[in-house]
Write a protein that binds this ligand. Structure first.
Ligand code: IMP
Ligand code: MG
Length: 176
């Protein structure tokens, strides 16, 4: 079996959309300081690109959860691998995710984070696969809605590979 990646969202389109999101968030949070809460590892590229274009004061912290094995389907089990370094109590927090698929990871996470009493908490995802949703989650900012395809690149992986691709691509498997 060989793996094949076909471009779905170009680097240019990603950059343009992320700039728009950064501008919108900067307007919505005008006069405030926000904490960008990056969900490792997939959201690293997105969080950095977003932060670079924001015009309000920003802090960043990182958290790691695991819901998938090395395959392309959900295990359904969410595990907290690395917690935040700082408290979020009283802060305006934006959770930055790479992709929302079933919604399991985020519904667990948002509940966990909300119980830590931030002043406000919202959710921003680069990609959304609404067709696959089994757990409801309220999403405040979405980069792109995409169809039910397995995608890689710009932080998203398959078995930890492809994260460094500068675009979002559809991964497929071909037999010789
Ligand atoms: P959920 O809990 O099903 O919403 O899964 C969310 C997590 O699964 C994401 O943060 C990704 O790590 C992973 N994931 C879901 N869909 C894809 C995909 O198409 N490509 C790569 N990772 C994915
Ligand atoms: Mg992820």
């Amino acid at each position: 079996m060989s793996e094949n990646v076909k471009v779905m969202i170009t680097e240019e389109k990603l950059t343009r959309r992320i700039q728009q999101l950064a501008q919108q968030i900067s307007e919505d949070y005008a006069g405030k300081q926000v904490m960008l809460l990056c969900i490792l590892k997939g959201s690293v590229f997105f969080t950095c690109e977003l932060a670079r274009h924001m015009t309000i004061p920003v802090t960043m912290d990182f958290m790691s959860v695991s819901s998938y094995g090395d395959g392309t389907s959900s295990s359904g089990v969410v595990r907290l691998v690395k917690d935040l370094d700082e408290s979020i109590e009283g802060k305006d927090v934006i959770v930055i995710e790479d992709i929302i698929d079933s919604g399991r990871t985020l519904s667990y996470l948002m509940e966990n984070l909300s119980s830590r009493r931030p002043r406000s908490i919202s959710l921003c995802t680069l990609l959304d696969k609404p067709q696959r949703r089994t757990c409801e989650v309220k999403v405040d900012y979405v980069g792109f809605e995409i169809p039910d395809e397995f995608v890689v690149g710009f932080g998203l992986d398959y078995a930890q590979r492809y994260r460094n691709l500068p675009f979002i691509g559809i991964l497929s498997f071909e037999e010789f």
